[in-house]
Design a protein around this ligand. Structure first.
Ligand SMILES: NC(=O)c1ccc[n+]([C@@H]2O[C@H](COP(=O)([O-])OP(=O)(O)OC[C@H]3O[C@@H](n4cnc5c(N)ncnc54)[C@H](OP(=O)(O)O)[C@@H]3O)[C@@H](O)[C@H]2O)c1
Length: 290
């Protein structure tokens, strides 16, 4: 039986993987949390990875507080960048394949058409810079690795935009939301399914593990304003949502105005069907309301 190590299993993606893993009978899973494995401790990280004959390592850890990262660069760098050197090195020592997750924020958002994996990266925030450095560190470590760049992740777990807008929509009669940042929401469960699908296809020899960078989000495009309107419509919340410009909602970290990801590569190589963002949003809100 193959063994899979999931690092950072209490975040949005990690929690979804934990939820789905009981239906995955092709491997045994080990889940670590920040309490059982802090990835800033290089020795612990190395020891954990080399402690067993893992075939796959899924890294779900990240420093995701985008604004806080601007003033907490050292820690963001340790988690999003330095840890990837160790994960890559240790994985390559034991011959494990790595699946790591990165972000649309590696792009500056000046494109006018969806970003492909070979488009030039130019992050404009500390978060984006440290995530990009992590991608490079992993690739330089010579591990067999897949990097999935995703965007606007949400789930029933943790704090995220969907849960915030559900709460604010119920509490307030009016809300101002940015309409000049455009991207694609991603239900963390869909991302978790794709990760398990990639591993399953490798284990069953259907499609061998193809190292490289891939873009994955739900299908379709919207602004944060449209996203909010749709969240409220699905949840039957009456709230007057008004579109505002980014300049009227200053944040510590600049965000890309356009960060839509082109997903042709993952669809071609891995033959995946990607759900439309509104369908996945309905599924998530139904889960939250259960
Ligand atoms: N969220 C988004 O909108 C978004 C968008 C694009 C890409 N991504 C990427 O998608 C991936 C998954 O994101 P997510 O939303 O699931 O993130 P998340 O919910 O913030 O989860 C990250 C997990 O990493 C853990 N962690 C932080 N520091 C750690 C450390 N030193 N050692 C071990 N664990 C540590 C966190 O623990 P604590 O909670 O206890 O700190 C948390 O459980 C990340 O790579 C992220 O960069 C996310």
């Amino acid at each position: 039986m193959k063994k899979i190590l999931v690092i950072g299993s209490e975040g949005q993606l990690g929690s979804e993987l934990k939820l789905l893993h009981s239906n995955f009978d092709k491997a045994e899973f080990t889940f670590t949390t920040i309490e059982s494995l802090d990835v800033t401790n290089q020795t612990d990280l190395t020891n954990q990875i080399t402690s067993d004959s893992y075939s796959y390592i899924i890294n779900c850890t990240a420093y995701t507080a985008v604004d806080k990262a601007e003033s907490d660069q050292a820690l963001a760098d340790q988690i999003n960048h330095q840890a990837l050197k160790t994960i890559g090195k240790s994985a390559s020592e034991i011959g494990a394949k790595v699946i790591h997750v990165s972000t649309d924020y590696v792009f500056d958002g000046t494109n006018y058409k969806p970003y492909t994996e070979i488009d030039v990266t130019s992050p404009n925030s500390v978060y984006g810079k440290t995530k990009l450095a992590g991608e490079k560190a992993l690739m330089n470590a010579n591990a067999n690795s897949i990097i999935l760049r995703t965007s606007w992740l949400y789930s029933m777990f943790g704090n995220n935009f969907v849960k915030t807008m559900l709460t604010l929509g119920k509490e307030r009669s009016d809300l101002n939301v940015i309409f000049d940042q455009v991207g694609s929401p991603t239900f963390a469960r869909d991302l978790a399914k794709v990760i398990l699908n990639i591993i399953e296809k490798d284990i069953t020899f259907e499609i061998s593990f193809q190292s490289g960078i891939y873009h994955y989000s739900n299908e379709g495009v919207c602004s944060w304003f449209d996203f909010t309107r749709t969240i409220h419509e699905i949840a039957n919340i009456t709230c007057n949502v008004k579109p505002i410009e980014s300049k009227d909602y200053p944040t510590a970290a600049p965000r890309p105005h356009y960060s839509v990801l082109n997903k042709s590569k993952i669809k071609t190589v891995y033959n995946v069907d990607i759900p439309y963002w509104k369908d996945s949003l309905k599924e998530c809100i139904a889960n939250i309301n259960q």
